[in-house]
Design a protein around this ligand. Structure first.
Ligand code: GAR
Length: 220
């Protein structure tokens, strides 16, 4: 079967992009990266892609001023010219409008550093610490026009530990992100995801019945 041609959109560091690139390097992985595109010319992630020999593009949003539709039209044009069939947002920090989201509907996924629908938006780790949750995590989801909204594909929960600060918690969540994103892309590329009534169904997902309890139940 032909590999799914993927475009990755980034704005910064690109560690999730790197996790996707590494997954796609495996010969049996059902997707390949056709293009990495950044809206930030100085994004650190761009250097990583160049090293990996992957095609990159920069589409700076600033010259478009506030004309989001024109920016997004250009975005779609660049992606489609590169043969992109499926788009992964990986720390892409621009909100996308209904038109873009509709064009790429169910072919556009995002990773967010919280257990959605909790903590949409920015500063998720700080807010999780302030809220005193015992489990935090990350979510890969199909993108809809509302921010950090859409059918959920994969989630990982990580414990919040005594002594955590934002950086420690962020690092624990990020390690989980790097496992979840390739998994979600694999499921999508294998055509095992179906959206029904705005919920994502997964063909052949193994049962996972164990609860993650934090703190762990006391012995004795
Ligand atoms: C990741 O933690 C990702 O979940 C988050 O930005 C970071 C990008 O890191 N995305 C969002 O907050 C989107 N709402 P990376 O550039 O190293 O992948």
């Amino acid at each position: 079967m032909a590999k799914l041609k993927v475009g990755i959109l980034i704005s910064g560091r690109g560690s999730n992009m790197q996790a996707l690139i590494e997954a796609c390097r495996k010969p049996k992985f059902p997707a390949e990266i056709a293009l990495v595109l950044s809206n930030e010319p100085a994004a650190a992630g761009l250097a990583r892609t160049k090293e990996a020999g992957i095609a990159t593009a920069v589409l700076d949003h600033r010259p478009f001023k506030k004309d989001r539709p024109a920016f997004e039209q250009a975005l779609t044009a660049v992606l489609e010219k590169a043969g992109v069939e499926f788009v992964c947002l990986a720390g892409f920090m621009r909100l996308l409008t209904e038109t873009f989201v509709t064009h790429w509907r169910d072919r556009l996924i995002n990773i967010h550093p919280s257990l959605l629908p909790a903590f949409r938006g920015l500063d998720t780790h700080k807010r999780a610490l302030e809220a005193g949750v015992r489990l935090h995590g990350c979510t890969v989801h199909f993108v809809r026009a509302a921010m950090d909204d859409g059918p959920i594909i994969v989630q990982a929960a990580v414990p919040v530990l005594a002594g955590d600060d934002e950086a420690k918690l962020a690092a624990r969540v990020l390690a989980a992100e790097h496992r979840c994103y390739p998994l979600a892309l694999k499921l999508a590329a294998e055509k095992r995801l179906r959206v029904e009534n705005e919920r994502c169904l997964i063909d052949g997902a193994p049962a996972q019945e164990a609860a993650l309890i934090n703190p762990p139940p006391l012995m004795g």
